[in-house]
Design a protein around this ligand. Structure first.
Ligand SMILES: *Cc1c(COP(=O)(O)O)cnc(C)c1O
Length: 854
């Protein structure tokens, strides 16, 4: 509510003594939220306030009493520590990445080219609640790793007034959402100002009106993250609220958010004279960028539409995260046109063309942003190998002429930022036993070899300390929420017995989306109770997670867990922690013994919380979905793979739950409680070390970022340089070639193919089949095309170009080739015709013609 008397707002900060000025500099760079030494320094100011303000250094400096600052300003020990951290910070900023390519050659990765990264959400720190889940946390970790590695990248997003909601559980066990106003003035973020000190004010067109916005800047180490904000009195109320909340459920607001991110982001780039070569779209929300780039290239750059399309296509990277079609962002076509027809008019893009770019099969009512993005991105990826396959199936319809394995979607499996997710204890083991190299180049495998040399006792001790800290954190949290709910001191005393440090502890924390099945463990309540109450080998569970406000199913999952604990009197060992966020996540992934994940395969695109747990030595117990099939080696955790042959969901559920109980009862519990005379469970610790080693080495964010650099950014930039040389000479040649062959495409008729064997015959591996094919080209120039044997042996796909034999008197061209069959099993083969570009050799996704072999 606004106050009836109109007050002017002031924001008063304490005076920072000159000798502590560095503290303020550090506080405005998120580096100090992930660097352990910087964290320790800030905590030293006042541990209690530091905790209360969500470990936010800026707020801390607002709240620490002036006397305390005075005291510290002459505390030699403190000043020494401050200086040390300052030096560490400076050398971090100056770190020069050294990149070696596959052959070990040192090279400058991207020259003076830049990458622009776009995401609707960023999960950077618990004090910045501008994320809802894994997608945002991934984007946050991405920026941190780009900073660690010195990747030339700038990032763009929105600054929300309320961000994502805070979760409270009411007396009935139901989730209640609270959208708190975010106090941005005490966050590590500042309004972007011009040289003269005035705020930037930029504007874009929004349905015939002017939408103004200002810009905030967050320093993520060396990376600049720009956030756009429409909460300005100059804007009419219905435009002012665009950036109120993350993923606004109102479709009008939502499309405006996405247009703002794309068009506003580009406006800002221009203002800052920032000209990236590569645009990276994290999910489809920012896909309107493509339209705005086309418009810019046509209207300001003087390119034709076809040229503009080619330029955008060659410089766009798109990462998809959503394996369910309907979960992908789409809007009613009329709504999209209502907002963006002006851009089409201005650039002369035909409306029908534009709509077809966002169309998917059988849906003529909506505009699908991911479809638009895929069609306009040379580089598209899913976030795990399995998700890549799922995405290819899902988007195959965009390329009816392509074989499924050729659908141009690649796999780059997610990773997590080690320093943000590994515990202080694990980090200190890394520092001491593997050296500091992992801070900038965790992707180098050699860095990790020494993990095996860490003594068992130290790994176990590190883990026990984290577990103790997690338990005291949870007890405090539970106590705080009980006080909020008005519970009595007598009941409160019980919180002191919540969770036992010696008991085997299983964690489950993630968004409560129904497909993640948080309640699967309740499938057989009696069996679960026996597991929890085992007299010698008890087990306890920790849960956390938010359900989407509109998701009643998800909310009921929370209630089921809470009711189960209450009804059976196991609240001390079956605990739900409210308000899951990065802070809660960090405590749990560092402190539990086992990390449980049981989604309905293949709906978990990647999953990253298991990586966070794994690199802390927590063993994963997970459905073989997302990243886990790539990581599981039978030592670093357990695979849930039962029920795969059942299409009946209920049946599958039962089988999977049964397997979870079996593994807990017969494997996990036995190994965990099998301790030697020094109270160390040797086999467990061996597995922990294997987990830290394999998951730390393969699922860290540096490895992931390097894959983006090596597979997308560098080839994209190199290719772009070639295409754009001499005023886009090569690109124009390619487009001329395209024009030439498309004019002839419809005339080409594949006639028949003959093989030395028949369809369905059995061959011996290694033998050859002669294949000949005849094609009528009419007047078309056959040298523009290639006729090739296409072969899938179940493992790889192969293409064998066929040789031109002759043109007979009926005007028919004959081609022949020999296919050497490889591997064994059921295989497939056919012949196809496609354009044969002499310039770039590219595959034209819409121009592939197959022979009819039936
Ligand atoms: C890591 C993380 C996630 C993603 O977890 P998944 O296992 O991928 O579902 C979601 N929310 C927060 C706060 C996280 O830290």
């Amino acid at each position: 509510m606004t106050h009836p008397i109109p007050f002017m707002k002031l924001n008063v900060k304490p005076k920072i003594p000159a000798s502590l000025a560095l503290l303020e500099t550090l506080s405005y760079n998120l580096w100090s939220t992930w660097d352990k030494d910087a964290q320790r320094l800030f905590r030293r100011l006042d541990p209690k306030i530091f905790r209360q303000c969500d470990h936010n250094p800026v707020k801390l400096l607002h709240l620490v009493p002036e006397e305390r600052l005075e005291e510290l300003s002459s505390d030699r020990g403190f000043l020494y520590e401050l200086e040390q951290v300052g030096e560490k910070f400076n050398s971090y900023l100056e770190y020069q990445g050294v990149y070696t390519d596959g052959s070990g050659k040192v090279r400058d990765i991207v020259g003076d080219h830049y990458i622009a990264y776009f995401s609707m959400e960023y999960g950077l720190h618990e004090s910045i609640p501008a994320y809802s889940g894994g997608l945002g946390v991934l984007a946050g970790d991405y920026l941190k790793a780009a900073s660690d590695q010195g990747i030339p990248l700038k990032a763009f997003g929105l600054l929300y007034k309320h961000g994502y909601f805070s979760q409270y559980i009411n007396l009935e066990g139901m989730q209640h959402e609270e959208y708190k106003l975010i106090e941005w003035s005490t966050k590590p973020v500042r309004v972007l100002r011009k040289a003269d000190g005035s705020e930037y004010r930029l504007a874009i067109a929004m349905t015939g009106r002017e939408l103004q916005f200002r810009i905030w800047l967050i320093h993520v180490g060396r990376i600049e993250l720009y956030l756009l904000d429409t909460d300005l009195p100059e804007n009419p109320p219905d435009l002012r609220n665009i950036t109120d909340i993350l993923y606004d459920a109102n479709r009008v607001t939502r499309i405006r958010q996405e247009i703002l991110l794309a068009l506003g982001g580009r406006k800002l780039m221009k203002e800052l004279s920032f000209h990236p070569t590569i645009y990276h779209l994290n999910e489809g929300h920012s896909a309107f960028l493509i339209l705005d780039r086309l418009r810019g290239l046509i209207v300001e750059g003087g390119h034709t539409l076809r040229e503009a399309r080619e330029i955008v296509y060659n410089s766009t990277v798109f990462t998809t995260h959503t394996p369910v079609k309907d979960g992908n962002e789409h809007f009613d076509r009329e709504q999209v046109l209502h907002c963006l027809r002006w851009a089409l008019d201005e650039s002369g893009i035909p409306v029908d063309d534009f709509l077809s770019w966002g169309a998917i099969e059988n849906d003529h009512a909506n505009f699908w942003l991911p479809a638009f993005a895929i069609r306009f991105s040379r580089f598209v990826n899913g976030v795990s190998k399995l998700h890549c396959e799922t995405s290819r199936q899902m988007w195959q319809k965009l390329y009816p002429q392509l074989y499924e394995k050729e659908v141009p979607i690649h796999a780059i499996t997610n990773g997590v930022h080690i320093q943000s997710w590994a515990s202080d204890q694990i980090i200190s083991l890394f520092d001491r036993y593997i050296g500091p190299d992992y801070q900038h180049m965790a992707e180098q495998k050699a860095v990790w070899e020494n993990i095996v040399t860490i003594p068992d006792s130290e790994v176990w001790e590190a883990h026990r300390q984290r577990k103790d800290q997690m338990i005291s954190f949870i007890r405090t949290r539970v106590e705080e929420s009980m006080i909020e709910r008005g519970e009595l001191v007598r009941t409160l005393r019980r919180t002191r017995n919540i969770l036992h440090p010696e008991f085997l502890t299983i964690g489950f924390a993630r968004r409560f989306a129904p497909y993640k099945r948080a309640d699967l463990i309740l499938e057989d309540p009696e069996r679960l109770l026996n597991i929890l109450r085992h007299p010698q080998k008890p087990v306890q569970f920790v849960f956390a997670g938010k359900a989407h406000p509109a998701d009643d199913k998800g909310k009921r999952l929370i209630k089921r867990l809470i009711d189960f604990a209450r009804e059976n009197g196991v609240e001390d060992r079956f605990v739900f922690i409210e308000d899951y966020d990065i802070n809660v996540a960090r405590h749990i992934v560092q402190g539990v013994d086992v990390w449980l994940n049981n989604p309905i395969k293949p709906l978990e695109a990647s999953g990253t919380s298991g990586m966070k747990a794994g690199m802390n030595g927590v063993l994963n117990l997970s459905v073989l979905d997302g990243w886990w099939p790539e990581a599981w080696n039978d030592i670093n955790g357990w695979a849930i793979n039962a029920g795969v042959s059942f299409s009946d969901v209920r049946m599958r559920r039962q089988m999977e739950a049964n397997q979870i109980y079996e593994i807990i009862e017969n494997e996990i519990r036995e190994i965990f409680y099998d301790v030697d005379q020094t109270a160390i469970p040797r086999e467990w610790v061996r597995r922990m070390k294997n987990s830290i080693f394999t998951i730390g080495m393969n699922f860290n964010m540096h490895r992931m970022l390097r894959e983006y650099v090596d597979k997308f950014y560098v080839p994209g930039i190199e290719n772009y340089e070639k295409l754009s040389e001499n005023d886009f000479e090569l690109m124009k040649k390619e487009l001329a070639f395209e024009e030439a062959f498309t004019a002839q495409w419809e005339r080409i008729q594949p006639l028949e193919i003959r093989t030395s064997g028949n369809s369905g015959q059995t061959l011996v591996t290694g033998s050859g089949i002669e294949i000949s094919a005849s094609v009528r080209f009419e007047e078309a120039d056959h040298s523009l095309f290639t006729v090739e044997i296409f072969y899938d042996n179940g493992k790889d796909i192969l293409f064998v170009p066929m040789d031109f034999q002759n043109l007979d008197e009926d005007g028919i061209c004959h081609f022949s080739g020999i296919l050497q069959v490889k591997g064994v099993g059921s295989q497939i083969v056919n012949v196809r015709i496609r354009p044969n570009s002499p310039h770039t050799g590219r595959l034209y996704r819409d121009y592939v013609r197959w022979f009819d072999v039936n």
